[in-house]
Design a protein around this ligand. Structure first.
Ligand SMILES: [Fe+2]
Length: 335
């Protein structure tokens, strides 16, 4: 796999009269450039782009102020430290999913799924993740976005934490990553330099014994929806596919395109929940029923990772942060 570096490679010359709408290898303007221009504009304008059209300002900072007020309330009533202790208790969730049509060569394939690390707001998280893995080797590590909490500004602290994770995790087929709504387009180049193959509305295939497992990664669609995300998922028709999307909000499209598995995060499982794990906020426009755990939709299975970190304030109530180790199994044919 040769990583391509966003905003590093020189643009191809506009020498021949041709169209953007060509197969990726023939396009005069690489699709990543089209994506980066749209993403950068939305980021700098603080915009949220919706699936069925229309753009509006996102309300992250209003929400952040509300969370800071909640933080003061917790400190006042003495619950803040308990929330911090809850947030520091990270679990390793082992999940096994069986599929009748999984290519035989991938029976037992193990995927480490990390999501919502928010490394700039969760001191000690990198060490906790590596301690939990304790040197265990997996087939592949996928990262489904939200590497930091801030939406703007410096990224070095976050990238340094991520680099330590990549150095410490043992993954036979390496690392795949997508961006979340807290990440900005400038993270792509440093992440690829540290060995993470970023999927920006793109797909890659892993081959074993002539059989293929495909991973399709989209950009975040909670804030930064573009049609490119939808078109990327169409590749699911070509091979047995895993969709990597930051939030569950493309569940219906992925299922319609034929993805077998959908891995996402974003919701933190509610992060601050009522007793029984009932979420107050899921941060979802669609697919609210898929805010946590294992689910299925029209033959496609999905996992919404509760996330390893926290966002806004470093507390959890009635939820526990997790890293997920997912084992793919081929379902035995009925006798
Ligand atoms: Fe998110």
């Amino acid at each position: 796999m040769t990583p391509s570096h966003l905003l590093v490679s020189p643009p191809k010359p506009f020498s021949t009269p041709t169209s953007l709408f060509l197969p990726p290898e023939q396009a005069v303007v690489p699709q990543r450039y089209v994506w980066a221009a749209a993403r950068f504009w939305m980021e700098t304008e603080g915009l949220k782009s919706r699936r069925y059209g229309g753009k509006s300002r996102h309300h992250w900072y209003a929400l952040l102020y509300a969370m800071k007020s909640f933080q003061w309330f917790l400190k006042l009533v003495g619950g803040y430290e308990r929330g911090e202790r809850n947030a520091a208790e990270l679990a390793c969730s082992e999940i096994e999913l069986a599929f009748a049509d999984l290519p035989q060569a991938f029976d037992g394939f193990q995927i480490l799924h990390l999501s919502d690390l928010h490394l700039d707001g969760n001191q000690g998280l990198v060490e906790r993740i590596l301690a939990l893995l304790d040197g265990r080797e997996v087939d592949l590590c996928v990262l489904t976005g939200d590497y930091r909490t801030e939406l703007h500004g410096p990224i070095r602290e976050t990238m340094d934490g991520l680099r330590t994770i990549v150095s410490g995790v043992r993954s036979r087929h390496g690392f795949l990553g997508i961006l979340g709504n807290h990440d900005d387009c400038h993270m792509v180049a440093p992440m690829e330099e540290m060995g993470i193959r970023m999927l920006i509305n793109e797909s890659v295939q892993i081959q074993r014994q002539g059989q293929r497992l495909q991973f399709i990664g989209t950009d975040d669609v909670h804030y930064y929806y573009t049609e490119q995300a939808l078109h990327a998922l169409e590749a699911a028709r070509d091979a047995w596919s895993v969709a990597l999307v930051h939030s569950p909000e493309l569940y219906d499209v992925a299922a319609r395109m034929g993805a077998a598995l959908y891995l996402c995060g974003h919701t933190h499982g509610g992060q601050v929940c009522l007793p029984g794990g009932l979420p107050i906020i899921t941060h979802l426009n669609r697919g609210r029923g898929f805010f946590r755990g294992v689910w299925s939709y029209r033959g496609m299975q999905g996992v919404t990772n509760v996330g390893a970190g926290t966002s806004g304030i470093p507390v959890r109530f009635n939820t526990q942060g997790e890293i997920v180790i997912l084992t793919l199994r081929r379902k035995a044919a009925a006798a």
